[in-house]
Design a protein around this ligand. Structure first.
Ligand code: SF4
Ligand code: SF4
Length: 83
């Protein structure tokens, strides 16, 4: 809520779109080439790592939005059950 009387809250409409089960992602660290593309794609800063070094997902912070998965050029990001 924004505390603005002119803005009404709209309920989430579960009849629209595809509802995916809750999940997080994990990086297969042995395959990571350290390109940093997943960090740039993550909207909640749930990925740590540096250029040309292994990256990791901070799973408690991961919302499961999956935006990092297509960003990875070597397909080393997998979905897992939530932490
Ligand atoms: S799934 Fe979304 S929130 Fe989780 S690490 Fe990837 S981009 Fe970040
Ligand atoms: S996008 Fe893939 S290869 Fe690049 S840093 Fe992230 S996990 Fe590693």
């Amino acid at each position: 809520m924004l505390g603005r009387p002119d803005v009404a809250a709209v309920r989430y409409d579960r009849a629209r779109g595809v509802q995916a089960p809750a999940h997080a992602v994990r990086i297969v660290e042995a395959d990571c080439i350290g390109c940093t593309k997943c960090i740039q794609a993550c909207p909640v800063d749930a990925i740590v790592g540096g250029p040309k070094h292994m990256h990791s997902v901070l799973e408690p912070l991961c919302t499961g939005c999956d935006l990092c998965i297509p960003a990875c050029p070597v397909d080393c990001i997998i979905t897992v059950a939530p932490a």
